[in-house]
Design a protein. Structure first.
Length: 330
């Protein structure tokens, strides 16, 4: 039999500090479906919380490390290389970091599949780590209550099988919408040393600067509602499956309002569909693995042979696939 990549184990880490949404408009919070979020403490970095997630799983035999983050410890060097040393992994491993947000987990799974099934790796540690609270202005009442911080660790390994453990990948990107979810200053287009920080107050008294996260909520909502149904159909066509044959649907947890509409638009009202971010918020690249972890609290891996995973957002970018979770150890 051929060797295929399978998700074997998964762990999450949520920072100890909790920020509630009690002070915000209760009608808005009910719409988001988010009561509280975990956020990093001062001085806590992406690598710090990634380590806390990685330490929860068996790292023996890992021969490649993948890190998805939009918040590296430094511009140079790669945080993935720092994590190799801090986790005391062999110096012979590969370490690769990539910057993606809401679609990043599925992209990472595709990279792991490619490395394993091409024979370049056998056992991969895939980390996600996002600390969005660092770039959201505390006085932004629209964006602040939405995002939480989290890190996740996924172990992906080669196993003999007649069928793939990760399959039917669909990808997409639309860079024309790059400014719909953006931090305008601080990169090399508008360098921090050369760019003055300018604050603005919108019509709802939300305060943010050009060094804070800006989001066009209407544009992101329209994009998500447009792309998700199309992606569901493309993944089903690639996998030669129907909606009824999927054991669970786990999509990027953007907010409850949007997920309710996406579920209806995709024709999934009567299918097992994960939607619950009340205590964590939108953790960007961490939402899908957190969703997997929580579905596994209720279901046995044996009942999750065909799980549709889907992410969409910043970039604009999107990705989806079918994952066989039946070989996971929990």
């Amino acid at each position: 039999m051929k060797k295929f990549a399978f998700i074997k184990n998964l762990a999450i880490y949520l920072p100890e500090k909790i920020e509630t949404n009690e002070k915000y408009d209760p009608r808005f919070i009910e719409k988001l479906g988010i009561n509280q979020r975990h956020i990093v403490s001062e001085g806590e970095s992406s690598s710090d919380i990634a380590i806390r997630a990685a330490e929860k799983i068996d790292l023996s035999g890992v021969d490649f490390l993948l890190l998805c983050t939009q918040y590296p410890d430094y511009i140079v060097p790669s945080t993935a290389c720092i994590l190799q040393d801090r986790l005391k992994l062999p110096k012979s491993i590969g370490a690769l970091e990539f910057s993606l947000g809401c679609s990043g987990y599925v992209y990472g799974l595709s990279l792991a599949k490619s490395l394993i099934e091409s024979g370049l790796a056998n056992r991969i540690l895939f980390l996600t780590s996002d600390i969005t609270s660092r770039i959201v202005n505390p006085r932004d009442k629209t964006i602040r209550p939405l995002f939480g911080d989290a890190a996740t660790a996924t172990l992906i390994a080669a196993e003999e099988s007649e069928t793939p453990g990760l399959d039917a990948f669909v990808f997409g990107s639309d860079g024309s919408g790059f400014d719909k979810l953006i931090v305008p200053a601080g990169g090399f287009r508008n360098e921090s040393r050369l760019t003055e920080e300018v604050f603005e107050t919108d019509e709802r008294d939300n305060v943010r600067s050009n060094f804070d996260l800006h989001m066009d909520g209407n544009a992101i909502t329209y994009f998500s509602l447009r792309i998700a149904p199309k992606m569901v159909d493309e993944i089903l066509e690639k996998s030669n499956l129907t909606r009824e044959q999927i054991d669970h649907f786990i999509f990027h947890q953007v907010n409850s309002f949007m997920l309710d509409h996406i579920r209806k638009k995709c024709g999934l009202e009567n299918r097992p569909f994960y939607s619950d971010i009340r205590d964590v918020g939108n953790t960007v690249s961490g939402t899908i693995p957190i969703g997997i972890s929580r579905v596994l609290d209720e279901k046995s891996p044996r009942d999750l042979n065909r799980v549709m995973l889907m992410g969409f957002g910043v970039g604009l970018s999107w990705a989806g696939c079918i994952a066989n979770l039946s070989r996971m150890s929990i």
